[in-house]
Design a protein around this ligand. Structure first.
Ligand code: GDP
Ligand code: MG
Length: 294
């Protein structure tokens, strides 16, 4: 048996979370076209007949100017690389982006066995570009392997898994073999609500919006969940709620479906929008508007 920790690193939007979900066969990490989707570090545990791979999906970086991004990138890469046994470095085109150079520097310092995964190959039409890039990458850095994959279509993801197993130390499983993550289910419920908000609010999404599970109760027939959506300004409320409450209804319905899939139970999901300062009146106001979803 081999077991160990693997960091998934790469620029925002290259498909780290999509890959994690695909490898685990379950949605653990929320994904979107927006760079800041993954805010928390997520541990995904994949137990295979040959061993256990524990993946770390890393938070996205905020694109607030190049210097800040670089700083954040360095911090994220540093902390994620600490204590892992191997790394998957994801890129999403057969070419280096500017930030990839920074990541390569970090990798060099860390000196960990690293697989370069060129993701989104389903979008590559010109395979000769890919071949030329593979040769170039091989000379750029001593990668343990270069593997073109499609996280979305599951192309070559098993080959990636097998290659990773070979890089891990001989070990008994670190986590119980039926465990999927180190986070409680309620954490993922909040994340799924946040994912739908990102999806349906688009560019209107308040930057500091957060979701908190206030109440999580399993009854005999269903799981009751009360989620608070925290915003900062009163003016953002109508954006989140939408005309006649349509946005919030949609978010609630879609999040509930995903949560039901995840916990395999019926769910009663109630969403509340609260303003961090002076929100006490909103609770009653929203309740009277009937913002809940079954
Ligand atoms: P992250 O920021 O690195 O975690 O990236 P995400 O996993 O959130 O993915 C960013 C976007 O890329 C999403 O819209 C995904 O659907 C898309 N994506 C991820 N993997 C693939 C892939 O293999 N092919 C294609 N065409 N799109 C992908
Ligand atoms: Mg992500």
């Amino acid at each position: 048996m081999r077991s160990g920790y693997v960091a998934l690193i790469g620029r925002p939007n290259v498909g780290k979370s999509t890959l994690l979900n695909q490898l685990l066969g379950q949605k653990l990490s929320i994904t979107s076209r927006k760079p800041q989707t993954t805010r928390h570090r997520i541990l995904g545990i994949n137990t295979l007949p040959e061993g256990q791979i524990i993946y770390l999906d890393t938070p996205g970086m905020h694109q607030e100017g190049q210097r800040a991004l670089n700083r954040q990138l360095n911090k994220t890469a540093d902390s994620t690389l600490m204590g892992v046994d191997a790394v998957v470095f994801l890129i999403d085109k057969p070419e280096w982006a500017e930030y990839d150079r920074t990541i390569l520097e970090k990798l060099k310092q860390a000196g960990l066995p690293t697989i370069l995964a060129i993701n989104k190959v389903d979008r590559i039409n010109n395979k000769s570009n890919l071949l030329a890039f593979l040769a170039e990458a091989h000379n750029t850095y001593p990668f343990a392997e270069l593997i073109p994959i499609s996280a979305l279509k599951s192309t070559n993801t098993q080959a990636l898994e097998q290659a990773l197993l070979h890089l891990l130390p001989e070990n008994e499983p670190i986590y119980p073999t039926d465990q999927l993550t180190d986070r409680p289910e309620r954490f993922f419920c909040a994340e799924l609500v946040r994912e739908k908000l990102i999806r349906y609010l688009g560019d209107e999404l308040p930057y500091r919006l957060t979701v908190e599970i206030e109440h999580y109760q399993e009854t005999e027939k269903l799981t009751r969940i009360h989620a608070l959506i925290w915003i900062e300004h009163h003016s953002q409320k109508s954006i989140v709620i939408g005309k006649n409450g349509e946005k919030l209804k949609l978010v609630g319905t879609e999040a509930r479906r995903d949560i039901e899939k995840m916990i395999e139970r019926k769910v009663y999901l109630q969403l509340w929008v609260k303003i961090k300062k002076g929100w006490s009146d909103d609770q009653r106001a929203l309740h009277s508007l009937g913002f809940n979803d079954q």
